[in-house]
Design a protein around this ligand. Structure first.
Ligand SMILES: O=c1[nH]cnc2c1ncn2[C@@H]1O[C@H](CO)[C@@H](O)[C@H]1O
Ligand SMILES: [Zn+2]
Length: 364
């Protein structure tokens, strides 16, 4: 490595352009904002009103070893996101924080149905979040940072509103909503419960990803791809269950793993989140090492920045430490993500050629 190439540190990683495809709006609030919104809106159930302590509480409570208990922490973020002004603020800060981390394109997701407890309509929720993202993009630009935000609307697997949310996503497709997802507890709620919604989306040429292969295995991935028609997999890490390695290192891909790799189906991998929910035992043992080596379409994501205390840069830094990745690997993850985004092809190409490649060119 030439001496003019900077070493990979959290700071240097922050300075290169990055792309984020899997980040939950209600999993990325600043702890201080949770406290201020709780105070302003009379939400009294917070476990702490001290900023540092509350941040620690989220990380520890999410560090639970199960997806179900990890998801319980969202009661407190959703609890303070029930008004338009709260949604605008949270969305604006999300865009600002991602831009500060050097993210140039992000798809951020949330479930509108979780923000209607105080009477907001689903449309009002979407409009407030879009206004917030636009405000955050402007604030970032004022600080000399460029970020483009895209929105994914989630339906919750345990509820029965997928069709309604799919229609909402299509209604707002020309206003910043670029796709759809289903989230929530995986065991017991197969994606095939929502087949009508997926068929509606496909009929309307709309994009969608599905959380699958996180807490549950291959069956869930297979259903998401072959029954539902998911273009990407949220997590998808359990695809490793269909990969066998001989003692001599020879690798065998099963039919499903082969299909996922051959079709270049993007995996939205979220390393720290997987360690917290027990989907992986540590970053060093995370299947991302094998999947990247086998050239699956791997992307690196945060999932929930508040619950994991992470950023895209810190996830990259953790992978650099665990797997010895260099700048070329980070560029590969980043271009993989940009290729897999749900925005128009010419816009993706523009960002790859005019933002991402020039950003990494001095380093690779
Ligand atoms: O890793 C995950 N797997 C499944 N569901 C999740 C994950 N992270 C967050 N959510 C769920 O998605 C909702 C919408 O943003 C959140 O409220 C949370 O319940
Ligand atoms: Zn997720």
């Amino acid at each position: 490595m030439s001496s003019s190439i900077p070493p990979l540190t959290l700071d240097s990683i922050r300075s290169v352009p990055k792309v984020l495809l899997h980040d939950h709006l209600d999993g990325g609030l600043r702890p201080g904002t949770v406290i201020e919104l709780a105070e302003a809106h009379g939400y009294s159930a917070l476990p702490s009103t001290d900023v540092a302590e509350l941040g620690r509480w989220f990380r520890e409570a999410a560090d639970s070893g199960s997806l179900e208990s990890y998801l319980e922490t969202f009661a407190h973020t959703c609890g303070v996101m029930q008004t338009e002004d709260a949604l605008v603020r949270v969305a604006a800060e999300c865009a600002e924080d991602l831009a500060t981390d050097g993210v140039v394109y992000a798809e951020v997701r949330y479930a509108p149905e979780l923000f209607v407890e105080r009477g907001l309509s689903l449309d009002a929720v979407v409009e407030a979040v879009q206004a917030g993202f636009a405000e955050g993009e402007r604030r970032a630009a004022d600080q000399g940072k460029f970020i483009q935000m895209g929105t994914l609307l989630c339906a919750m697997r345990q509820h029965a509103r997928a069709q309604e949310i799919a229609e909402l996503a299509v209604r707002y497709r020309d206003h910043g909503v670029v796709g759809f997802d289903i989230a929530g507890p995986e065991a017991g709620f197969p994606p095939t419960r929502n087949l009508d919604a997926f068929e509606y989306l496909r009929t309307n040429n709309a994009h969608f990803t599905i959380h699958a292969g996180e807490a549950f295995g291959l069956a869930s991935i297979w259903e998401a791809i072959q029954h539902c028609g998911a273009e990407r997999l949220g997590h998808g890490v359990r695809i490793v269950d269909d990969i066998k390695t001989d003692p001599d290192g020879t690798v065998h891909l099963g039919r499903l793993a082969g299909y996922v790799r051959d079709r270049r189906i993007p995996l939205e991998i979220c390393p720290s989140s997987n360690v917290q929910t027990g989907a992986a035992s540590s970053i060093a043992d995370h299947p991302i090492g094998l999947l990247a080596r086998l050239r699956f379409r791997v992307t690196v994501n945060t999932d929930n920045r508040l619950m994991s205390g992470c950023t895209v840069s810190s996830e990259f830094a953790a992978l650099v430490e665990a797997f010895g990745y260099g700048w070329a690997d980070l560029q590969w993850f980043t271009i993989n993500a940009m290729k897999s985004a749900f925005i128009d092809f010419d816009r993706r190409l523009d960002l790859i050629n005019n933002v991402l490649k020039p950003g990494y060119a001095p380093l690779v």
